[in-house]
Design a protein around this ligand. Structure first.
Ligand code: GLN
Length: 191
């Protein structure tokens, strides 16, 4: 298995390490050619406007969008979730627009309102894992084909639509490998 991590900006190294710790190959994706022969791609956290700009500047936005539409498994964490969304409630910008979700950016407030909590997410793992929210978005609306994976206080913070996974939080910043294991299994389904 070879998993790419979009490496234009944001929290890249932690995703690479988690994937490698699970015994799969993890490579940085910085240009269109890097998209070849991937079994899955992770869009990390960071700042979605910056990442969207860099995706366009490097000419990766459309090739990446096509590959996702053709079934390449993708996981967006935090800003990555915003890149995937068909609609952003509080921004005029849109990026990949592949996943049938509407998201609210910075939905929990400013950087100072970042927080960590701990839950067992039945669809993903048997154990409680830490969920780290950093100026996080959440999902305010989902299309029919979207499976809600987890909600906290009625807010959707993890969801899946076929080959696309989105989480508001950052599993790569905790020591738990469970979410990355779940994504690798998703990639195997599409192999
Ligand atoms: N607030 C950022 C944005 O709107 C996302 C934050 C993150 O990825 N940790 O792009």
């Amino acid at each position: 298995m070879k998993i790419g991590v979009l490496s234009l900006h944001g929290g890249v190294i932690e995703h690479l390490n988690h994937i490698r710790n699970l015994g799969a190959d993890a490579v940085e994706v910085k240009e269109e050619n890097d998209l070849n022969e991937l079994n899955g791609i992770i869009l990390p956290g960071g700042e979605s406007t910056t990442m969207g700009l860099l995706l366009r500047e490097r000419g990766i936005l459309n090739p990446l969008k096509q590959r996702i539409l053709n079934g390449l498994p993708v996981w967006g964490t935090c800003a990555g979730m915003i890149l995937l969304a068909k609609e952003i409630e509080n921004d005029f910008r849109n990026h990949l627009q592949v996943m049938n979700i509407k998201v609210r950016r910075n939905a929990y407030g400013s950087q100072l309102d970042s927080f960590v909590c701990s839950y067992r997410i039945e669809k993903v793992t048997n154990e409680e894992i830490p969920l780290i929210f950093i100026r996080a978005p959440y999902i305010v609306e989902t299309g029919r084909e979207v499976d809600v994976i987890f909600e906290i206080d009625g807010k959707i913070v993890a969801a899946r639509e076929r080959n696309m996974l989105a989480t508001s939080f950052h599993p790569e910043l905790s020591s738990s490998l469970e979410f990355h294991r779940y994504f690798l299994n998703m990639c195997k389904e599409y192999f």
